[in-house]
Design a protein around this ligand. Sequence first.
Ligand code: NAI
Ligand code: K
Length: 353
Amino acid sequence: STGPESTAGHEQVVFCEDRKSGLKAIIGIYSTALGPALGGTRFYPYASEADALHDVLDLSRGMAYKNALANLDLGGGKAIIWGDPDQIKSEALLRAYGRFVETLGGRYYTACDVGTYVQDMDMIHRETDYVVGRSEAHGGSGDSSVLTAWGTFQGMRAAAAHAWGTATLRGRRVGVAGLGKVGRYLVGHLREDGAEVVATDVSEKALAWARQTHPEVDLVPDTETLITSDIDVYAPCAMGGALNDDTVPVLRARVVAGAANNQLAHVGVEKLLDERGVLYAPDYVVNSGGVIQVADEIEGFNFARAKARATGIFDTTKQILELADAEGVPAAVAADRLAERRITEVGRLSTIR
Ligand code: NAI
Ligand code: K
């Protein structure tokens, strides 16, 4: 829980309420310096309005950095809908929300996040064009884990090049924690590149997929076994907080590069990684293939163009790791600096769009 929140630093924060449908939402626009703000809508039963506000302010700022490093002409925003989606999500509520997004006139584009899905974006689209992450039937790009996994693989190749001199995972042992939508595509890319893969998941379904599709992949019972085994690369592809005070000291991988959001459990973990000589490819950089994919819908989705942009995650990751060395800071800090530079140099600063 958090105290009163300052909105200083954010361009605009919009509180939305529609009594009839029970909608309570907050849209946070951190910056439109690089273009319209883009970020998903999180539908979550926050304990308090203060918690909801704290999350939307945090997440919208994060999106500004993510979109800047993804080389998108987009600023950062995010929204939350306050409540339990299983209890209150309805056509009326989503459409009321869509009308609020429409009132912003294109300063904010929404997309999927925790608790919202492609079909919800299709519903919101009935009220506004400022929504991406739609289904293919509605002019969208469908499942964004395709380019998320591709981009993560590119970021991992860049980290491999930085660590070992060649941009391949060939002959390396890569530990994938989480064989969900992203993890499964990632395993495919790794195998094609000639990596050995060891993996884990808590879901029997996910493990069955691995046994069926990739019988050569070693399966281990849990993440602890995975990270303490003899792996070169650790790819967190499940929940947040994978890198913490318990895991970092026992990590055997030289490189960490994975799709999971918010891998660093708290501020300071980036220093622990640095001290152990672990090369960490920042999560929000390597997993930006997803936002790159959905953002492409604004121009009319073109898979080849979006894939080419996601391939650019290789160069961005390389640049960040080099900047980290040059400035003697952890990669996570270098990433933030690079994002701030692009926002300041390319961005039209505080020009309201
Ligand atoms: P998903 O829900 O399809 O897959 C997650 C997998 O992790 C599931 O198979 C689940 O059983 C497994 N899992 C959960 N807890 C675990 C544990 N303790 N140990 C091992 N496995 C565990 O999710 P998805 O879409 O594959 O996303 C994975 C991560 O990547 C998430 O952190 C997500 O926020 C992030 N991400 C996903 C994007 C996308 O486009 N799908 C975009 C950017 C980030
Ligand atoms: K997401």
